[in-house]
Design a binder for this molecule. Structure first.
Ligand SMILES: Cc1cc2nc3c(=O)[nH]c(=O)nc-3n(C[C@H](O)[C@H](O)[C@H](O)COP(=O)(O)O)c2cc1C
Length: 195
């Protein structure tokens, strides 16, 4: 028997935890960010959702650029901190060592296994948030986080957020290979159709 969950917000899926990097009035700023999705294949684009109350929102509107940084499990505490205080009142510019790629206003966190610099292409104005669609200009990592030249989650150790219980989770066991796990079933069902 199904039951209706009272809280209608999309609090039933886990999100990858990231840290958004911006330039706020010329100063580096960071905030915890979970509302993130792939948005386009080619050119590669992503979409992020930022509350209009956050200083980062004004920063993105101002520069049109930002970074998305994917922290490792060792960075849980500092990641959460960036989501507890606002750049409006607290200087978060010295929290991390940063580096830059092509963009001038997309500070990236050196300690994060995966970082990306992004340029806004479209802004969708919503009642409490803006949905920023941006092109991923470059993604950075280090050899130690890669297997066969590709990011390996066993090495990058990203973590997830669940709500409304507000907990962070490490990634668990691999339970199957995508675009592969369903192949045997596809074959069986195709055979059944022929017979
Ligand atoms: C775990 C966590 C995840 C968060 N995810 C988001 C998010 O996806 N979008 C958003 O607008 N705010 C999110 N927040 C809230 C902002 O990080 C928080 O309001 C922050 O203080 C804003 O900083 P700023 O004012 O310097 O931009 C999150 C906070 C935490 C603790």
């Amino acid at each position: 028997m199904k039951t209706v969950i009272e809280q209608k917000n999309l609090f039933c899926l886990p999100w990858t935890q990231t840290i958004l990097g911006t330039h706020l009035e010329g100063k580096v700023n960071f905030m915890a960010l979970d509302w993130l999705t792939r948005a386009n294949y080619d050119p590669p684009m992503l979409g992020i959702c930022v509350s209009k109350n956050n200083a980062s929102h004004a920063a993105i509107l101002d520069t049109g650029e930002f970074s998305v940084n994917v922290p490792s499990v060792e960075m849980v505490e500092i990641t959460d901190y960036t989501g507890l205080v606002s750049g409006k009142r607290v200087d978060k510019s010295e929290l991390f060592e940063v580096f830059y790629g092509e963009l001038k206003s997309a500070p990236m966190i050196s300690d994060c296994p995966i970082t990306m610099e992004c340029k806004i292409t479209q802004t969708v104005d919503l009642p409490t948030n803006s949905f920023f669609i941006a092109e991923i200009i470059n993604i950075y990592s280090e050899e130690k986080y890669l297997t066969d030249g590709k990011p390996d989650v066993k090495k990058t150790t990203p973590f997830l957020l669940t709500m409304p219980d507000n907990r962070f989770w490490a990634i668990g066991e691999c339970v199957g290979k995508a675009w592969d796990a369903g192949k045997a079933l596809r074959k069986r069902l195709q055979q059944e159709k022929v017979e």
